[in-house]
Design a protein around this ligand. Structure first.
Ligand code: PMP
Length: 427
């Protein structure tokens, strides 16, 4: 067969010569699952198609934004209309106000906010503001938490950092990494100890309230409450990184689900409906510090981009209370079916699920922190992944990523997924 008859292999080979690892983001490499990376050319609803014409039921979901499914007509139309009006005009656009008002109405802790072009920028900026607001330098994060690729937050990070076994990252000065304190997720005692050891020196605690970058790990009872109380008592700011959980776990994100009001919140993914986006916001007195109102500089040529705003507005307008109930029941059926399929085949797995985020861990017992997650059978996951792929189901190519269920996943897609999983577990 010539390369022209194998467009996927052709693109892959050319990409390998152009991009480090053949990809423009490490999670797209399939090294952890021992397979060739797929080259996707289109997506519609719950399905994606590769360059060779194979269709898959998709659980990558664009890594989070595709909560309505791919290429939802309302989103496509909104983006088309925005593009026709001019791509980047370089001044405030009414669409920015429209999206921001929708976000604040659903997530009232964002009294004021700012749009960025990525989640990385959102979290990086939130930390800068927190440092300015407190006059402190230290930041607490949790092992396996991924908050984008800004220098200080790559320490013991999840996502591709964990998937590819990179211990932090090269190129980050000690002086910067040393300002990050990493604690185990779900361990309130270590939080108390860190605050005792560094009283009055911690600017912020940044956390994915539901950890979703070492696979899905929910917060244990009272853990988030403990963080809230500890931060308040010490004068540190609590930053919820809701880049994944925001508008996915419900209209009010994880903060509404668990009833905790953070000082600052970061968003991304769903709020841009698949376009590049991020946002950070929170207490008005803190956000007042951001330029040009205050001394904390943060900017972006393409921030608040009209196409991202339009896609976000169309997406949020379709996310009703009923949507979240449907996502919950679809995801519950999927998780229960996967557990049953594994049990029938005599496989030991633990399925963690919060809303439409879930992970099948190849280990006994549900993990509660990164160390537990890392103690999964990576080879077993890789075999399962390849069997699912061969059966027409595309999972995130890592044992440490969440599967993203969308509103386009209907009973038929779930049944197809479970049929494939039964065969995959049995093989
Ligand atoms: N925070 C979290 C929780 C994320 O999952 C991600 C990306 N997966 C980011 C921040 C960074 O977002 P981006 O990739 O848009 O920079």
């Amino acid at each position: 067969m010539t390369l022209a008859q194998r467009p996927q292999a052709d693109t892959r080979e050319r990409a390998a010569g152009l991009f480090p690892g053949g990809v423009n983001s490490p999670v797209r490499a399939f090294a952890a699952v021992g397979a060739d990376p797929v080259v996707l050319v289109s997506g519609r609803g719950a399905h994606v198609r590769d360059a060779d014409g194979h269709e898959y039921v998709d659980y990558i979901g664009g890594w989070g934004p595709a909560i309505l499914g791919h290429a939802h007509p309302a989103v496509v139309d909104a983006v088309g209309a925005a593009a026709a009006a001019g791509l980047a005009l370089g001044a405030t656009n009414p669409l920015e106000v429209e999206l921001a008002e929708r976000i604040r109405a659903r997530m009232p802790s964002l009294e004021r906010l700012r749009f960025t072009s990525s989640g990385t920028e959102a979290v990086m900026s939130a930390i800068r503001v927190a440092r300015a607001a407190t006059g402190r330098e230290l930041v607490v994060k949790f092992a396996g938490g991924y908050h984008g690729h800004s220098d200080g937050l790559l320490v013991e990070a999840g996502s591709g950092v964990a998937t590819h076994g990179i211990p932090g990252s090269a190129g980050i000065p000690e002086a910067i990494a040393g300002l990050t304190i990493v604690l185990p997720f779900n361990d309130p005692m270590s939080v108390t100890q860190a605050f005792a050891a560094h009283a009055g020196r911690i600017a912020a605690v940044v956390i994915e309230p539901v950890a979703a970058n070492i696979g899905v790990i929910p917060p244990q009872d009272r853990f988030l409450e403990h963080l809230r109380a500890t931060c308040t008592a010490d004068g540190a700011l609590l930053v919820f990184d809701e880049v994944i959980t925001g508008f996915r776990l419900g209209p009010g994100g994880a903060q509404a689900r668990y009833g905790i009001r953070p000082d600052l919140t970061t968003l991304g993914k769903v709020i841009g409906g698949g376009m590049p986006i991020g946002a950070y916001g929170g207490r008005a007195d803190v956000m007042r510090l951001v330029a040009p109102e205050g001394p904390v500089y943060q900017a972006g040529t393409l921030a608040g981009h009209p196409l991202a705003m339009a896609a976000g507005i169309a997406t949020l307008d379709l996310l009703t209370e009923e949507s979240y109930l449907r996502l919950e029941s679809t995801s519950e059926a999927l998780a229960a079916g996967l557990e049953a399929a594994a049990a029938r085949a005599g496989r030991t797995v633990a399925v963690n699920r919060v809303g439409s985020l879930l992970t099948v861990f190849f280990r006994e017992g549900r993990p509660v922190d990164a160390a537990d997650a890392y103690a999964s059978d990576r080879e077993a996951f890789a075999r399962f992944f390849r069997a699912m792929l061969a059966g027409g189901v595309l999972l995130p190519p890592s044992p440490f990523e969440a599967w993203f269920v969308s509103l386009a996943h209907e009973e038929s897609e779930i049944e197809e997924t479970l049929d494939t999983a039964r065969r995959a577990f049995a093989s």
